[in-house]
Design a protein around this ligand. Structure first.
Ligand code: 6PG
Length: 240
């Protein structure tokens, strides 16, 4: 694993740097394999990045968009990660609808949706039994509690090693999420972290000896590249 930690002066600089890294990885993937597979983070931090990506002139037919996690709400719900990314980016560019692979959230049982999405992922990547697909780029954020995707502290989802997709739980709210092995198989994981509220979580995530199940982002140790892009308010402790 190749780890990079960069602290940018402010949110605008953070978004500009993240855009440059995302574009570099997209172009490299397309040059190498003819397509780019990217999984998006939810929450609020990445929205300006998605808006910036939407301004780029890219070969959209070669870009496939997934999500690293999803709140278990309808696709048009204000909390939907899919809705946020569509409004900020996907509706503004000519990406074919078949290149957009949202996590399903309409089954009454979230576990069925997780199984269905896993089957979709395996079909898309043509994986054999036991094989974990390697996405070109996975974007992630962290919560103030050091969760990432929908891998929350001390939840069962953190222990799932034999699936690609599982059910996460934020308190009583069900989520659908990539598992730790699915994220760690990625060629590149890019964390985007902004705001002073994330400082305490970062200190535990970067500590030599903190508990992984208390601070789940510690479990993200991809076989490829690991990028942490922090703005000054989040990462002033970690000047590089
Ligand atoms: C979600 C996200 C989650 C998010 C963090 C940070 O569905 O909420 O995927 O993991 O990245 O909670 O959220 P903010 O960017 O809003 O701080």
């Amino acid at each position: 694993m190749n780890k990079v930690v960069e602290v940018l002066p402010d949110k605008e600089a953070l978004v500009a740097r993240a855009l440059a890294v995302v574009l570099e990885k997209m172009h490299a993937a397309i040059a190498a394999r003819g397509i780019c597979t990217i999984a998006l983070a939810g929450g609020s931090t990445p929205k300006p990045l998605y808006e910036a990506i939407a301004t780029q002139n890219l070969p959209w037919e070669k870009i496939h968009v997934f999500w690293g996690d999803e709140r278990y709400v309808p696709p048009d719900h204000p909390d939907s990660n899919q809705a946020m990314a569509r409004h900020a980016w996907l509706e503004k560019v000519s990406i074919p609808e078949e290149n957009i692979h949202p996590m399903p959230t309409l089954e009454s049982n979230p576990a069925v949706s997780a199984q269905n999405h896993e089957a979709e992922i395996r079909e898309f990547f043509k994986t054999s039994v036991g094989e974990i697909p390697s996405l070109d780029l996975i974007l992630l954020g962290i919560g103030d509690d050091a969760h990432t995707a929908s891998l929350f502290p001390h939840t069962e989802a953190l222990q799932v090693r034999d699936r690609l997709i599982t059910v996460g739980n934020k308190d009583t709210q069900p989520r659908i999420t990539f598992t730790v092995p699915m994220i760690n198989q990625s060629k590149c994981v890019l964390f985007l972290v902004s705001g002073a509220s994330k400082q305490a979580a970062l200190a535990e995530i970067f500590a030599d000896d903190a508990d992984d199940f208390t601070y789940p982002a510690r479990l993200i140790q991809p076989q490829g590249e690991l990028w942490w892009l922090l703005d000054h308010s989040a990462g002033e402790e970690w000047k590089t």
